[in-house]
Design a protein around this ligand. Structure first.
Ligand code: EPZ
Length: 434
C-alpha cells in the first residue's frame, strides 16, 4: 500500500501547474464510442481513473493509445468495432463513472450491458436518473445478476426534466441524445464546466447542441458523428486544492495552467477566510495568506455554487481559522470520512447529520492517518502540511485516482513530502515521446 510521509511547517512558495480535468476526460473518452473514427484528446491527466477508463474501453473492443510524453498528455481512441458492449463488474466496481458508457453504447450499438455501480465511500451513488432518461428516449432496460441491460433500435428524442441535478446523468444522456432521432430537450441539467467540455467535443464531432452550461440543453439528433481532436480543460478541483494549500501553509503560491473563471466560489470563500487571491491573466491565480485566517461557513451546491469536491479540502483550512466555521454537505450523504482523521490530528470538529461545526484555530499534530476516498485524502494532505511533526498517510491510491503526481508538484513548491511504495505509473505509454 503506498503511503505519503509529510513533515508539516513549510509555507508553499512558487508556481504549481494544474493537469487536465479528470471529470472532463472521463466523459470525453466515453464519447469516442459514438463514432467509428479516431478521437484524440489532449491534456489528459496521468491518474488512475483514466487508466481504468482505458481498460474499460479496451475490454469492449476499442483501441486506446494513452501517452504521457513531455509535450502533451494525449489519448487516441478508436472504436471502429465494439466487439463486446459490456462494462464488466470488476472494472465498474472500481470506478462508478464507468456508467458514462451506458448512453453512448445504446446510441451507437443499440444495446449495452453495464454492471450496476455499487455505492462508494461517499454515498449510494444511484443511477436511476440515467435509466429514467434512457427509457424516456425509448430504451428498454432490464436489471438482473447485478447488470443493467439497455436496448433500443434507435433512441428517440424526448423532453425530460431531471428530478435532481446530476453531472454524469446530464453527460450520459447528452451522449445518448446526439445520435437519437429528432430533438431532445433536457431541463434541470448540471451546469458544471465538465458538461461544457463534453459538449464542445461532441460539437467538434458533428453534434448539434445548444445550451450546455445552462439548465436547459437542446439537442438535434444526427445520423452519425465523425472523429475529432480536443484539448481538455484544466482541473478546477485540483486548482482549488492547491489554492487551499497555499492559504493553509501561509505561503505565496501561483497556481498556473488553470481556468480562474471556474473557481469563482472557491476564490470568494478563500478571500472571506482572509486569504489574498489575485487573478494573474487567463490561466493563473496567486494566493497569499500571512495573517490569521478567519472562520467562514460553506454550504455545498451544484455549480456555480461551492463544489462538494472542495468541501473536504476547505474543512482542513477551517481547522486553522479563528472562530467557528459551519460546513454543510448537501450533495452526498456520507462525505465526512475525513473528519475523524482530522480530529485524530487535533482538529475540533463536531458532526450532526450533513453539518460539521469546526472550532479553530486548532494546533494540529502529526499522526498516522488513513485515506478513505479521493477528496478526503486531499484534506489529510493539507492538514499534514501544517501539522507539527511527520504524518504518515496510508492508502494514497485513493489520491492517485484524481491527482497527478501530487507529491512531486507539492515538493516543487517547498513541501516536505515523499511517497513510500511505488509511484503510480499507468502501463508504459505507447507514445512516450510526444
Ligand atoms: C460527479 O459525480 C463527479 N464525478 C463527482 O466527482 C462529483 O462529486 C459529483 O459529480 C457532484 O459534483 C464525475 O464527474 C466522474 P451526481 P456524479 O450524479 O455525476 C444523486 C470526484 O471527487 N443522483 O451529480 O456521480 C447522487 O446520489 C467525484 O472527482 C441520484 O439520486 O454525481 C448525488 O446525491 C466524486 N440519481 C447527487 O444526485 C442519479 O441517477 C449528485 O450526484 C444520479 C445522481
Amino acid at each position: 500500500m503506498d503511503k505519503f510521509v509529510i513533515r508539516g511547517g513549510n509555507p508553499l512558495v512558487g508556481t504549481v501547474r494544474v493537469s487536465g480535468a479528470k471529470n472532463s476526460a472521463l466523459p470525453c473518452m466515453a464519447a469516442a464510442i459514438l463514432t467509428e473514427d479516431e478521437v484524440t484528446l489532449e491534456n489528459i491527466p496521468q491518474v488512475r481513473d483514466i487508466e481504468t477508463e482505458r481498460r474499460l474501453l479496451e475490454s469492449m473492443g476499442a483501441k486506446v493509445q494513452l501517452g504521457y510524453g513531455r509535450a502533451q498528455h494525449r489519448t487516441t481512441i478508436s472504436c471502429s468495432t465494439l466487439s463486446d458492449p459490456v462494462a464488466k463488474y470488476e472494472i465498474v466496481k472500481t470506478m462508478r463513472a464507468s456508467s458514462l458508457v451506458l448512453g453512448p453504447l445504446v446510441a451507437r450499438a443499440g444495446m449495452a450491458r453495464v454492471a450496476i455501480p455499487g455505492g462508494c465511500a461517499i454515498g449510494g451513488r444511484p443511477i436511476d436518473l440515467h435509466i429514467k432518461g434512457l427509457e424516456k428516449m425509448g430504451a428498454t432496460i432490464t436489471q438482473e445478476h447485478g447488470y443493467l441491460e439497455a436496448r433500443a433500435d434507435r433512441l428517440r428524442g424526448a423532453h425530460m426534466v431531471f428530478d435532481k441535478i446530476t453531472v454524469t446523468g446530464t453527460e450520459d444522456l447528452l451522449m445518448a441524445a446526439v445520435l437519437a432521432e429528432g430533438e431532445t430537450v433536457m431541463e434541470n441539467c448540471a451546469r458544471e464546466p465538465e458538461v461544457c467540455d463534453l459538449s464542445a467535443l461532441l460539437t467538434l464531432m458533428g453534434a448539434k447542441i445548444d445550451g450546455a452550461g445552462t439548465s436547459t440543453i437542446r439537442v438535434q439528433g444526427v445520423p452519425r458523428l465523425h472523429g475529432a481532436r480536443y484539448r481538455i480543460n484544466p482541473d478546477r478541483i485540483e486548482a482549488g486544492t492547491f489554492l487551499v494549500a497555499g492559504a493553509i501553509t501561509r505561503g505565496d503560491l501561483i497556481v498556473a495552467n488553470c481556468n480562474p473563471n471556474h473557481l469563482g466560489a472557491v476564490i470568494a470563500k478563500l478571500e472571506e477566510a482572509g486569504a489574498r487571491v489575485d487573478i494573474l491573466g487567463a490561466d493563473s491565480v496567486r494566493v497569499r495568506a500571512d495573517g490569521q485566517l478567519r472562520a467562514a461557513d460553506i454550504s455545498t451546491e451544484e455549480y456555480p455554487g461551492f463544489p462538494t469536491d472542495m468541501q473536504a479540502q476547505y474543512m482542513a483550512l477551517t481547522t486553522q481559522a479563528d472562530g467557528v466555521s459551519v460546513v454543510k454537505e448537501n450533495i452526498f450523504e456520507n462525505r465526512f470520512m475525513h473528519v475523524q482523521e482530522l480530529v485524530r490530528m487535533g482538529a475540533n470538529i463536531k458532526v450532526d447529520g450533513g453539518t460539521a461545526t469546526v472550532r479553530g484555530p486548532a494546533k494540529l499534530s502529526a499522526a498516522a492517518v488513513m485515506c478513505s476516498d479521493l477528496r478526503a485524502s486531499a484534506s489529510l494532505v493539507l492538514a499534514a502540511l501544517v501539522a507539527d511533526g511527520e504524518s504518515i498517510l496510508d492508502r494514497v491510491y485513493h489520491m492517485d485516482r484524481g491527482y497527478e503526481r501530487i507529491e512531486e508538484k507539492l515538493r516543487g513548491v517547498g513541501a516536505q513530502i515523499r511517497r513510500m511504495g511505488n509511484v503510480f505509473n499507468p502501463r508504459e505509454s505507447e507514445s512516450a515521446a510526444d
